[in-house]
Write a protein of this length. Structure first.
Length: 123
């Protein structure tokens, strides 16, 4: 069965917390499509790609731009993990829907903030 793997940089000096964070994100994403397993891996966590990726995986780079990591390092790491033929999508930051999502989330946050500030004080 094909699986999706969200891949991020991680934190080389302390890889555990960011590995857990990407795994938690992957679990939340998987809740929206129970038919497709979604896993998370960081480049900083030794062995993380080996345990999550294979040649049939769909790789979603949680990176803001295309560049060296997505064009050179990620493919090299996938090859080393035995997943040289995995399909690597364009990174998160290049999604054309991202600017509209950011604006919508900013408006929601601003509306909540204004609502909090306008609550009547009774003391």
């Amino acid at each position: 069965m094909r699986r999706a793997v969200i891949v991020s940089h991680g934190q080389p000096g302390d890889p555990g917390p960011q590995q857990r964070a990407i795994e938690e994100l992957a679990a939340r994403v998987a809740d929206h499509d129970p038919g497709c397993p979604v896993l998370g891996a960081t480049l900083a966590m030794p062995g993380a790609l080996n345990g999550t990726c294979d040649n049939d995986s769909l790789i979603y780079p949680m990176f803001m731009a295309e560049g060296w990591f997505t064009g050179s390092e990620l493919p090299r790491r996938l090859t080393a993990a035995g997943a040289a033929n995995a399909h690597v999508m364009r990174p998160f930051g290049t999604d054309p829907a991202l600017p509209a999502l950011i604006v919508a989330k900013a408006h929601e946050a601003a509306a909540r903030w204004v609502g909090i500030r306008r609550k009547p004080r009774f003391c």
